[in-house]
Design a protein around this ligand. Structure first.
Ligand SMILES: Cc1cc2nc3c(=O)[nH]c(=O)nc-3n(C[C@H](O)[C@H](O)[C@H](O)COP(=O)(O)O)c2cc1C
Length: 317
């Protein structure tokens, strides 16, 4: 393969080194190799002899997750980035200007409506520790939609229950073990509620570029459902909705985290039929107003998407 010097112009080489410098030396070379390979493929496909700085950014974007957005926005327009990220801390008016957006993910699978023989039971799990925060309000709106469509609903605030970490004892994998988990805490009841539910709503905020720790702990505890010889005590058939919320005002920055949560549910044979991303909860109070209520409450058009997704979840089969 060609070297960086062979395919990069002077300014492109500078950009390449500037990007590479964000990683510590122990991983820097691996990252550089990946970006270089992508640059080489792009240059070859487009018959470009010398790549410019824009192509370096394009190649890097293709090899790192979308959560690197802030980095590229910084490199592309430092002044714009500072304005967008720092201004909301200056005054309430500037704070309230942050664009709040909700995206309901398209689902190509035709949505079949269930015959309303029996009311569906929907269990929502809010992993945000902020009651009346943005995740919580979106969940409530989805539950309102589900209830209007005839479902029986319940919500659990994860930080309010007693939930210990998985201790890795593997007792749950022993043949003949009858409980789901050795830990004696509120998860014993939650395990049963999940088993009894027809559908789940999992809502969480992004903390440090990934799902918050409450949700990670919760899913580690789901390993108790997986038994001796790869059998599971969670039968297939459950549907779910996943709601991810974050600060950075770009609606696809953490798509990969939402995809990951959908994949974890899928491992447990829970099919996600609805997904919502919501962004713009930044600034001093991370998306709360002066009464410490989620700013999403001021955006009825955005909230409506959660309501509609909730109705659809209650009707899906
Ligand atoms: C500890 C912590 C870490 C955070 N990390 C990120 C982050 O990496 N990226 C981001 O866009 N927002 C981040 N945020 C902002 C939250 O994701 C955002 O405010 C969230 O949607 C709030 O949800 P809530 O109102 O339901 O609590 C962070 C917030 C906290 C408290």
């Amino acid at each position: 393969m060609k070297t960086a010097e062979q395919i990069l112009s002077g300014e492109a080489l500078e950009m390449f080194e500037k990007i590479a410098a964000i990683w510590p030396p122990i991983i820097r070379q691996r990252k550089k190799d990946k970006i270089l390979l992508m640059l080489f493929l792009l240059a070859q496909a487009r018959k470009i002899k010398k790549a410019d700085a824009a192509l370096v950014i394009e190649a890097t974007r293709l090899v790192v997750p979308k959560s690197y957005d802030p980095l590229f926005h910084m490199f592309e327009d430092m002044e714009g980035f500072k304005k967008r990220m720092l201004e909301p801390f200056l005054s309430e008016a500037a704070y309230n200007k942050i664009p709040v957006k909700v995206r309901r993910w398209p689902n190509p699978r035709p949505r079949k409506k269930a015959a309303a023989k029996q009311a569906k039971t929907i269990l929502a799990v809010c992993a945000s520790p902020r009651a009346r925060g943005n995740t919580d309000l979106l969940i409530d709106e989805a539950l309102r939609g589900a209830a209007d469509a005839g479902a029986l609903t319940e919500k659990i605030m994860l930080h309010k229950i007693k939930m210990g970490y998985c201790i890795g004892c593997r007792k749950c994998k022993e043949p003949g073990y009858e409980k789901i988990c050795v830990i004696n805490d509120d998860m014993s009841q939650v395990y049963q509620k999940i088993i009894d539910a027809d559908a789940l709503i999992i809502g969480f905020p992004i903390y440090t570029g990934r799902e918050c720790a409450q949700l990670s702990t919760f899913f580690d505890r789901w390993d108790g459902y997986e038994r001796y010889m790869l059998t599971s005590c969670l039968k297939p058939g459950r549907k779910s909705m996943v709601i991810g919320t974050w600060g950075y005002p770009c609606i696809d920055t953490y798509d990969h985290v939402i995809e990951n949560i959908i994949s974890i549910l899928n491992l447990h044979k829970v099919e996600t039929v609805e997904a919502l991303s919501a962004c713009g909860f930044e600034g001093m109070l991370h998306g709360l107003d002066a009464e410490r209520k989620g700013v999403i409450a001021r955006h009825p058009k955005q909230l409506k998407k959660a309501y509609e997704a909730g109705c659809a979840l209650a009707c899906s089969r």
